[in-house]
Design a protein around this ligand. Structure first.
Ligand code: FAD
Length: 391
């Protein structure tokens, strides 16, 4: 390997944002190096629920911002990519569910009225009954209403694997990152002692962006973390369920996704309000007790006697917002050769890549011929969180 590497775009952080961007850039002929300090997808990406939101969840607030409309296109773009006809060829990636569902267990009409009045869901929601219900809800004792949302759920481990394939020889494992300056201008990064010169540097390191910005002496943008305390349940009796279960408030009471464990059993991954502030304040055992009570109340026919339980504390990393408001769009800031961003949602990885590509075009950056990376250490794939916590 040469002691100095030159590349068009040097990306730091191989979560969904960095990997998606890397694949888009390579498809357009750019040379890239993508540096990862731990494992591919092992930050937030492999801990996410894999829902490709189209904005329906936000319509529960009653008021929709224009930004929620921007996310509305994401299911179509992902669908095209999954069909091998889109901006990336993701044809091998496993789709866990063709739809995500909205499940109203009782009498919370007010909540649903504003939901159905919203532009984001109009024409994109159908009520389902009987055999069309998600398998876990097909029981004579089931009461309530279920609506099918035009949102997909992807298997994130297979997504990350495919994006790593599309990365070709561009992946580099590296822990220590220092800035490289020439006449006071940032011209690249030194990764584990090796100089990498780049036309542009993109920081897409999720929660690691704050520390990188600090190391580069860059004060803005600032980052915020929003903690979650998720619950995982694994058991031989669990059937697939992908749904936001509504409570009285603006956020789903619980959001359930179902993931295949390595031993073939289903794992229910529980987020939503359960995992937010009150859940974050609970000790793991109390959090599991609350989750168990919720499932027993909502799905009394499901036998949880042999279930294994675990919780996971994980932060969402985003640009700082006053009042911890959730941002709706991918975020990108550009300062000379440096770009810094967060997709803010797995679903918005394509939007993040768009923003970088637009900035490259505005800056007149074009692909240049570069030598391929050879004989460099590659970062490993991360292990799915359900297999790590519930082996
Ligand atoms: P990450 O996936 O965190 O990747 C950042 C990478 O950078 C990591 O691999 C890390 O190791 C690496 N890194 C950090 N520091 C350095 C460094 N100094 N040098 C090199 N590499 C570094 N979004 C949805 O759209 N749908 C969902 O259903 C959904 N569910 C979620 C559930 C949970 C519990 C959480 C926490 C989030 C969820 N999200 C969801 C949000 C989504 O997961 C994130 O927005 C998205 O994964 C962020 O991707 P990323 O690539 O920016 O960050």
């Amino acid at each position: 390997m040469p002691s100095v590497i030159s590349t068009d775009v040097l990306i730091v952080g191989a979560g969904v944002a960095g990997l998606w961007l890397n694949a888009r850039l390579r498809r357009q002929g750019f040379s890239t190096v993508l540096v990862e300090s731990a494992s591919l997808g092992g930050g937030q990406s492999l801990k996410s629920q894999g829902i490709i939101h189209g904005g329906a969840k936000y319509a529960l607030h009653g008021a929709l911002s224009g930004a929620s409309e921007a996310i509305a296109d994401m299911p179509r773009r992902w669908r095209e990519a999954l069909d091998g006809k889109g901006e990336l060829d993701l044809s091998g990636v496993r789709l866990l569910s063709e739809a995500h569902y909205l499940w109203s267990p009782g009498t919370i009409a007010g909540n649903l009225t504003s939901f159905f009045a919203s532009k984001a869901v109009r024409g994109r929601v159908d009520q389902v009954k009987g055999e069309q219900l998600p398998p876990a809800l097909q029981n004579p004792k089931f009461k309530g209403k279920v609506y099918r949302l035009a949102e997909l759920v992807v298997d994130v481990p297979s997504l990350i694997e495919r994006l790593a394939e599309l990365a070709g020889d561009s992946l580099l494992a590296g822990q220590t990152i220092e800035p490289l300056y020439e006449a006071d201008e940032l011209i690249g990064l030194r990764v584990d002692g090796r100089d990498i010169h780049a036309q542009r540097i993109v920081l897409s390191a999720g929660g690691g962006n704050a520390e990188l910005l600090n190391a580069l002496g860059v004060a803005q943008p600032q980052m915020q973390r929003r903690p979650l305390h998720m619950v995982l349940v694994k058991g031989p009796t669990l059937k697939p369920l992908f749904a936001h279960c509504l409570g009285g408030g603006p956020k789903p009471r619980i959001t359930v996704t179902t993931h295949p464990a390595a031993d073939g059993q289903c794992v229910w991954y529980l987020g939503g309000d359960l995992a937010e502030a009150d859940g974050v304040a609970r000790e793991p055992s109390a959090q599991i007790a609350v989750a168990r009570k919720e499932l027993e109340a909502l799905l009394p026919w499901v036998d949880l006697s042999q279930a294994q339980w675990a919780t996971l504390r994980v932060d969402r990393a985003e640009p700082a917002q006053s009042g911890l408001v959730r941002p709706d769009n991918a975020f990108l800031d550009s300062q000379h050769r440096l770009m810094i961003g967060w997709p803010t949602k797995l679903a918005l990885a394509p939007d993040f890549a768009d923003r970088v590509l637009s900035q490259l075009s505005r800056d007149g950056i074009h692909p240049t011929p570069q030598a391929p990376l050879v004989d460099v250490p590659r970062p490993p794939m991360a292990i799915p969180v359900w297999d790590e916590l519930l082996p």
